[in-house]
Design a protein around this ligand. Structure first.
Ligand code: FA5
Length: 366
């Protein structure tokens, strides 16, 4: 007759030693499976007489219970260990940069806006914003361009069909200069702000697009003069282009909202078909390129914005962000900026982890 206790002991040891779920399943089949010895032993009970059955049954029943319990416990332990092992193996470090996944990139215009904000913050300028849907008063009238002013026609304005409740025309702002008016009305003087943002004009060729970006600068204080303007722009461009040999030329010009007005040109040379900023524009192999307008804020504009021109004065400038981005990063067609072609973005875009800082450099490449 089979020695049930020693067989049970051997089975329990084999179950405890099972290292895998497969090995454990083999143990189950050998014991409790249809042809397992416990099942076969149970079957023998049917052929016994009542006395024999009463004597043999408890040992077989308790062997079955012990083995079933050991199998269940071991199964649970092996499954828990497998889960632990899987969790450890599949750990993902969410702080690592994505490599296999498709990469997004920061548009050069956004990158340049961050660079501008970083440099001007260091010079004590705050960032101001205004609405892209403007009214005619902020965009033109308060900037000393009344309804009949010819400069209005030069801006190729997009107008909305409806007027404001006060009867003013509604338009897409044609420049960032209305933010000058809003800042003066909101905060009074003194002021030191830049206002980067989108502007719109009905204009399109390789260097003009219907939507483009400008950055406005405005400084209002006492005793401000053109020398402050020139120093500010020179200091900015040296930091922006990360070179000392930046030469600016201030050319007499006209804007209704500044008096005197100057157009800002920067000297550059052509190297291998690419414009490289630096040097005097009149030097051999060099030329000048216009990058923006500026001047001393017109006394009429200060009055429109509620400031006393006898007490306050200041300078303002407006630069084309897309133009300076093209100069710095070497693109030659402005229209490609706004096509949304992923190949262009992959080539000219920046890593989102590459935030411009003055200490690490405002122009680090992706
Ligand atoms: C202005 O818009 C004035 N508001 C600038 C200003 C501000 C002058 C404060 C004085 C004081 P202008 O129209 O020249 O000026 O435009 C300024 C710059 O925007 C240009 O030098 C150019 O770099 C850029 N720009 C103008 N039109 C376009 C266009 N369609 N596409 C891309 N850039 C443009």
């Amino acid at each position: 007759m089979t020695d049930i206790p020693s067989q049970t002991e051997a089975a329990l040891a084999a179950i405890a030693a099972s290292a895998t779920l497969d090995a454990l399943e083999a143990q189950r089949l050998e014991t409790l499976g249809k042809k397992g010895w416990v099942s076969l032993a149970l079957k023998t009970l049917g052929g016994m007489n009542p006395e024999e059955r009463t004597a043999a049954a408890p040992a077989i029943q308790s062997a079955r219970a012990a083995i079933a319990e050991a199998l269940d416990a071991k199964k649970a332990a092996l499954e828990a260990a497998a889960l632990e092992e899987q969790l450890a193996r599949e750990t993902i470090d969410l702080t690592l940069p994505a490599q296999a996944a498709p990469k997004g990139s920061v548009h050069p215009v956004s990158q340049v806006m961050d660079e501008l904000a970083e440099i001007f913050a260091d010079l004590g300028f705050a960032v101001a914003t205004g609405p892209e849907i403007e009214d005619d008063w902020h965009n033109f009238t308060a900037l000393n361009m009344d309804e009949t002013h010819p400069a209005r026609a030069m801006h190729d304005t997009f107008y909305f069909p409806d007027k404001t409740a006060e009867g003013k025309d509604v338009l897409l702002r044609t420049h960032t200069s209305p933010v000058q008016i809003r800042s003066m009305l909101d905060q009074g003087a003194p002021i030191r702000i830049i206002a980067p943002g989108r502007v719109y004009r009905s204009d399109s060729d390789a260097t003009h697009t219907p939507m483009f970006h400008q950055v406005e600068g405005l400084v209002i204080d006492k005793d401000i003069h053109l020398g402050h303007l020139k120093w500010t722009l020179e200091t900015f461009f040296k930091a922006f282009f990360e070179r000392e040999d930046i030469v600016l030329r201030l050319r007499p010009s006209y804007f209704p909202f500044t008096e005197p007005s100057v157009e800002v040109d920067v000297g550059y040379s052509n190297e291998g078909g690419r414009r490289v900023v630096g040097g005097h524009g009149d030097a051999p192999g060099h030329a000048w390129m216009e990058i923006g307008g500026s001047g001393m804020v017109n006394a009429r504009v200060l009055e429109f914005a509620g400031l006393d021109p006898a007490e306050w004065q200041g300078f303002a400038f407006g630069l084309g962000i897309d133009r300076i981005a093209m100069l710095k990063y070497g693109m030659n067609d402005l229209r490609a900026f706004f096509d949304g072609d992923p190949r262009w973005l992959a080539h000219y875009g920046f890593s989102p982890f590459d935030q411009p800082t003055l200490s690490a450099g405002v122009g680090a490449r992706a």
